[in-house]
Design a protein around this ligand. Structure first.
Ligand code: G3P
Length: 218
């Protein structure tokens, strides 16, 4: 499963890009607003930090506005930019148009298998089911990923699943076991993925042993 970072914070992106296993970035209007900078400036900077798909979300709610805004965002860096569109009829219509124009899309705010089916039928490059927000509201989030994976297999859709709204490392493991193509993960959770107390214990044991050997001299 490919790992993306779900943030618009440039320091976090720079740090994660350096680890070598984070291959893309997703943003949304809330993440952009947190940074207190213009969307285009943040997105342009992200394209210099990460060499992979970077989702930039439209804020227009009408089809024409989405197309205009999406084209502007795509022009920032056609090699990396993916246009993020909401799960609305206007958003799905825009996904179809962008496919015809050869512009990749990510249909976001997906909370049901039926919605994912529509995004796949519209020809979206990516669809983003939200796990955390389902869990927060008492739904079984991982079942949604399993169902979308099954639909993809049944019909051979090439839309890629980006598991989003990830809250913890367990979510990441569950998504990988369910067969999600990608998980987009907040910086705090990404940092925790490598952590295990037995790894820390093992490192300490090896450090002590290596010091003993080093004390013998060359
Ligand atoms: O970018 C979409 C998604 O990952 C948002 O997550 O934490 O606001 O539910 P969250």
């Amino acid at each position: 499963m490919i790992l993306f970072i779900d943030t618009a914070n440039l320091k976090e992106i720079e740090d994660a890009a350096d680890w070598g296993y984070v291959k893309g970035c997703t943003t949304n209007p809330s993440l952009i607003a947190k940074e207190g900078l213009k969307q285009k400036d943040v997105i342009a900077k992200i394209t210099t930090l990460i060499d992979g798909p970077i989702s930039a979300e439209v804020t227009a709610e009408d089809y024409e506005g989405m197309i205009e805004q999406g084209k502007e965002l795509f022009a920032i860096d056609p090699k990396h930019i993916v246009i993020k569109l909401p799960m609305t009829n206007a958003g799905l219509k825009a996904a179809k148009t962008f496919k015809e124009l050869g512009i990749p899309t990510n249909v976001t705010l997906c909370f049901s298998a039926a919605q994912a089916l529509l995004a796949m039928e519209a020809g979206a490059t990516y669809v983003s089911p939200f796990l955390g927000r389902l869990d927060d509201n008492g739904w079984e989030a991982i079942k949604l990923i399993e169902d979308i994976v099954t639909m993809k297999m049944n019909y051979g859709y090439d839309t890629k699943i980006i598991a989003a709204s990830i809250r913890n490392t367990e979510h990441v493991q569950q998504c990988a076991l369910a067969g999600s193509d990608i998980a987009t993960i907040p910086y705090g959770v990404l940092k925790k993925l490598i952590k295990h107390p037995l790894t820390d214990d093992g490192l300490e044991q090896f450090r002590v042993a290596a010091a003993k050997t080093a004390a013998l001299g060359k």
